[in-house]
Design a protein around this ligand. Structure first.
Ligand SMILES: *Cc1c(COP(=O)(O)O)cnc(C)c1O
Ligand code: SF4
Length: 358
């Protein structure tokens, strides 16, 4: 029997005709689909969450190509080569991206459940201008030799699109390496194809083991979360897998106070712990999604911190080739002298605590 998630993948919504079964395609959308040479598509499930009549629907904007993708005033050419330090002295397989001493990103597959229009790996995953080879064996051999690596972040593409047996193999190989202390999987599937969270998957990657598996998904708008998402997340947790979220700050999609707050509250209600919010990276062809750099910190200040549950608070980061740089809203220490600190809260109220000498 073909599993439901496989069937969903076989029936990807990736032609004008199929898209027309879900929405009234706008002229702009039609023109972009007909003109641009780019990979696009979504699972039928995620397509069914689109607003039929509103081209500004946050799901439509993440899934359907736009002529704006041809504009590239600020994006950096060869962005991924720069970002993932692919032009450095250290010899590494294509599948290994390294920015830190103790952890790496390990790319194992190039396909996705949906092809996000804002993807920072667009050159590789969506437009496919950049050709790299992702050899899992070669990557595993490199990790086995590098004893300083203690945390492996499996990424793509979408790693959960690998069949259960391949995932089981990958996870068990990593778990056998004495220096590997934790494994993370970056996957949009709990959001765009929750049907993937099957008993077979739970057996392949879950269970009690001293090397835990964490999943970080990507959800950018409250509309992306359904009952099905909640069930999938619960299933993952029931076999010991923690689920976090890495959102991307997207102009016109989640960059207003109401949406930003509701997104993070709803994630938490769904048992997904907000981890990061990323500034939309300067990759080519995604200028139209980008906000000013300070915007994310302002949203945390105006929508989250103090305004709602502390657990709902992600860290806002700029992802760069030298690692992720956190950007905080600055309102804590207003003043400091020899005897006391003056602190400010989210409402602008101040209070004092003593300055205790070392
Ligand atoms: C994001 C990333 C990591 C993980 O960073 P954390 O801050 O630990 O989540 C590791 N390696 C690369 C190349 C990355 O891009
Ligand atoms: S799922 Fe991830 S890798 Fe795939 S297109 Fe979306 S952002 Fe890019």
């Amino acid at each position: 029997m073909v599993e439901e998630w496989v069937e969903q993948m076989q029936h990807q919504v990736n032609t004008l005709k199929k898209l027309g079964e879900y929405i009234n395609v706008s002229d702009d959308e039609r023109k972009a689909i007909e003109t641009l040479k780019t990979k696009w598509g979504t699972s039928p499930y995620f397509a069914s969450l689109m607003d039929k009549d509103d081209p500004n629907c946050p799901i439509r904007k993440q899934v359907i190509p736009s002529m704006n993708e041809q504009v590239n005033k600020y994006g950096m050419e060869n962005y991924l080569v720069w970002k993932e330090n692919r032009a450095t002295e250290e010899v590494r397989p294509d599948s290994i991206a390294r920015q830190y001493h103790d952890r790496i990103a390990f790319t194992v597959v190039q396909v996705c459940g949906i092809y996000c229009r804002h993807c920072f790996r667009k050159e590789l995953v969506v437009d496919q201008d950049l050709q790299l080879s992702f050899d899992v064996e070669e990557g595993l051999a490199w990790i086995a030799e590098h004893k300083e690596i203690r945390d492996v972040l499996i990424t793509g593409g979408d790693p959960l699109l690998l069949p259960d047996e391949k995932l089981e193999y990958l996870i068990s190989k990593l778990r056998e390496m004495p220096h590997i202390q934790m494994i993370r999987i970056g996957s949009r599937l709990p959001i765009v194809l929750p049907h993937r969270i099957t008993e077979g998957l739970k057996k392949a990657i879950g269970g009690f083991h001293k090397v835990p598996v964490w999943i970080n998904t990507q959800c950018n708008h409250p509309k992306e979360i359904t009952e099905k998402t909640a069930k999938a997340v619960y299933e993952l947790m029931s076999c010991g897998i923690n689920v976090g979220n890495q959102a991307v700050l997207l102009k016109g999609i989640n960059d207003d106070v109401e949406t930003f707050r509701e997104l993070h509250q709803k994630l938490l209600r769904t048992r997904i712990r907000p981890y990061y919010v990323f500034y939309c990276e300067p990759a080519p062809g995604i200028d139209h999604f980008r906000t000013p750099v300070e915007k994310g910190a302002e949203l945390i200040r105006d929508a989250i911190r103090g305004h709602t549950t502390g657990l709902a608070q992600p860290m806002y980061v700029l992802a760069t080739k030298i690692g992720k740089i956190p950007l905080m809203p600055d309102y804590y220490i207003v003043d400091k002298n020899e005897t006391e600190y003056t602190l400010r809260n989210y409402k602008g109220e101040t209070t004092k605590i003593p300055n205790i000498p070392e």
